[in-house]
Design a protein around this ligand. Structure first.
Ligand code: XMP
Length: 310
């Protein structure tokens, strides 16, 4: 793939598909949705409305950081607070597929449906990539951002058409395009982060309290492993508890799993052999989070494991 040719073709395609109408897209700040945002704005200018949906499942400080980065590139991004909708839809759910389904429906039907009606947009630009499609079609996982590939007609169900300019690329291709578009390194070199966000890293029910725990652990892991050059590193909150001793007292506390993997395109992955010192420091910091008394390092490659936990 030649990145410059790809960019020209996608801009022309977007212009043609959207015509004189309005389009909307949701930016998460990841490289996929960032590339779509820039392609879309180059193709459609002010006829593309870009929103950042604050779903309550994001990492520390993420919504504000993303809005600021794009403002600096001259692209206005509107922050939409939809925390209540998402947390409400997730309440009481523990099954991974039901959780993903709740996030999909809240995102596309509830929150986006409303925005689309308000703006009159007929097209939604989405950052789906080839790996998302392949894994969904193969039945490995129901990615949150796949609709037509799994037989949902968004026009019929939600009243808009989805355009997926990156659907022929894998992650490495998207990064090449991002560089060619002149996106800053904090975006082109950003580690992948899933659409359903921290919900993919909470086994069991997603609550505000449990989100706060995994969010704190994520911040520590990202800080400690940011210089490893690994493909992805993350923290997961398990649904089990374990006995520990805190301030001389027995406590039935929470368990955090740390994952750090090397991968080319997320289809397969191998765990990184982190130095013992680094692992020990992460363990110390993570177990200082209130109510957490165990920290485990996951050695499982993909397959048999996936990268995320739900
Ligand atoms: P898994 O867990 O399936 O993840 O091995 C493979 C890669 O995809 C990311 N991932 C997602 N990305 N929506 C996304 O946009 C999702 O629903 C989703 N689930 C997983 C994951 O972080 C990894 O890089």
């Amino acid at each position: 793939m030649d990145a410059k040719t790809f960019i020209d073709e996608q801009i022309a395609d977007l212009k043609q598909s959207v015509g004189e109408g309005l389009a909307i897209n949701a930016l998460s700040g990841g490289v996929d949705s960032s590339v779509v945002t820039v392609l879309g704005h180059r193709a459609l200018g002010e006829r593309l409305k870009t929103v950042f949906i604050e779903n309550g499942l994001m990492r520390q400080g993420e919504p504000q950081r993303v809005v600021k980065t794009f403002a600096e590139m001259g692209i206005p991004v509107q922050l939409i607070d939809a925390k209540k909708e998402f947390l409400g839809a997730l309440r009481g759910l523990t099954d991974p597929e039901e959780k993903r389904n709740a996030i999909t429906r809240t995102f596309y039907a509830t929150v986006f449906g409303k925005l689309v009606r308000e703006t009159g947009a007929k097209h939604l630009l989405h950052g789906t990539i080839l790996t998302d499609i392949e894994e969904t079609v193969a039945g490995i996982k129901r990615q949150h951002n796949i609709l037509s590939q799994i037989g949902i007609d968004p026009e019929k169900e939600f009243g808009y058409q989805v355009l997926e300019p990156l659907k022929t690329l894998r992650k490495d291709g998207v990064r090449e395009v991002a560089k060619a578009l002149g996106l800053p390194p904090e975006i082109t070199q950003r580690i992948p982060f899933p659409g359903p966000a921290l919900a993919t890293r909470i086994v069991g029910e997603v609550t505000e309290e449990r989100l706060a725990t995994v969010r704190a652990a994520t911040a520590i892991v990202e800080e400690e492993l940011g210089n490893t050059g690994a493909f992805q590193y993350l923290a997961v909150l398990l649904n089990d508890r374990a006995t520990g001793i805190v301030n001389g007292k027995r406590e039935f506390g929470q368990i955090i799993v740390v994952r750090c993997i090397q991968s080319l395109d997320a289809r397969t992955a191998t765990p990184v052999e982190l130095p013992w010192e680094v692992l020990k420091r992460i363990c110390e910091r993570v177990t200082a989070i209130p109510d957490v008394n165990r920290c485990l390092y996951d050695l499982t490659p993909k397959p048999p494991a996936t990268i995320e936990y739900i």
